[in-house]
Design a protein around this ligand. Structure first.
Ligand code: SIN
Length: 284
């Protein structure tokens, strides 16, 4: 299939697109790979429907967009392909075992911002999806930035925020780390407004689950600023809701989006996605 014949449909006016008629279990030619990468950069969230992939074919498919990297939390890793982790509603190793489905990532976040070099993108492959539930929400952070008034844009232009694995403002519980992994996650500082390294577009770089404070402000001032930026980014006009189908391969750009999983799973629901993180660059 050539770029000209890529069957691409926008999913909403805010962001996201879906592609039909591409089989990622077979080798992908460079022209198609380039078209998929362009679509990913243009739409921020790209869904390639109808895949049937083994874990190693899934890794090859993710490599179309970048380099898969090791993930921090080890107890979710796939047994035979450790670059893949499992997002599973029935993995209750770190829960009370009360049978309620587990939702990882129920609060707005962008992946791995607690690292100096956060993941550029996340890829999820839908293995098992409960009918009509377990959607994933996305926020377009270019649009959120562009909608700020000029005064606020000027105020935050050079501000930086401290991101931590366990932030005092975290909205959701985070997975426990081993002593060794805790040492790999000292607090880091990132700009509040970042420029996309490939498109040059600016976006708010927020992570309500990991930002502890804004540098150079008192905690009271920092909390007030973060609360107002979050309230703005949480407005539905910036959001897209992805309704999963089994066989979806979904990639999103962590540099300019946030996401959260819906918390509407019912007892007995089985939701399993395979997750890959792609290596990024230092936020600028
Ligand atoms: C994630 O936060 O990486 C997973 C999102 C989801 O389960 O929908």
């Amino acid at each position: 299939m050539s770029a000209r014949t890529l069957n691409l449909m926008p999913s909403s006016e805010v962001m996201a697109a879906e592609v039909d008629g591409v089989d990622l279990s077979a080798p992908v030619e460079s022209e198609l790979a380039a078209a998929l990468n362009d679509a990913f950069l243009d739409h921020l969230v790209l869904c390639i429907r109808g895949q049937r992939l083994t874990p190693s074919q899934y890794l090859d498919a993710a490599r179309i967009f970048g380099e898969p990297q090791q993930q921090l939390v080890k107890h979710f890793l796939h047994r035979s392909e450790p670059l893949i982790s499992l997002v599973s509603s029935v993995d209750n190793r770190d829960k009370a075992g009360d049978g309620r489905p587990i939702v990882r990532g129920p609060y707005w976040h962008t992946d791995d911002s607690f690292f100096e070099i956060p993941a550029k993108a996340t890829v999820l492959y839908a293995v098992e999806i409960p009918r009509g539930r377990g959607d994933t929400w996305f926020a377009n952070m270019h649009a959120a930035y562009e909608a700020l008034d000029q005064e606020l844009k000027a105020r935050i232009a050079n501000m930086r925020a401290v991101h931590k694995y366990v932030s005092r403002r975290a909205g959701a519980r985070v997975a426990k780390l081993s002593e060794e992994d805790r040492e790999k996650t000292p607090e880091v500082s990132h700009p509040l407004v970042r420029t996309h390294p490939e498109t040059g577009r600016m976006s708010l770089y927020l992570n309500p689950n990991r930002i502890d404070r804004v540098e150079g402000l008192s905690l009271t001032q920092s909390d007030a600023l973060l609360d107002s930026l979050y309230a703005h980014a949480f407005e539905e006009r910036f959001h897209y809701r992805h309704r999963w189908h089994e066989g979806d391969l979904l990639i999103w750009d962590n540099r300019c989006t946030m996401h959260r999983a819906s918390t509407d799973l019912k007892p007995g629901d089985r939701r399993l996605l395979h997750r890959i993180l792609l290596r990024g660059t230092r936020p600028q």
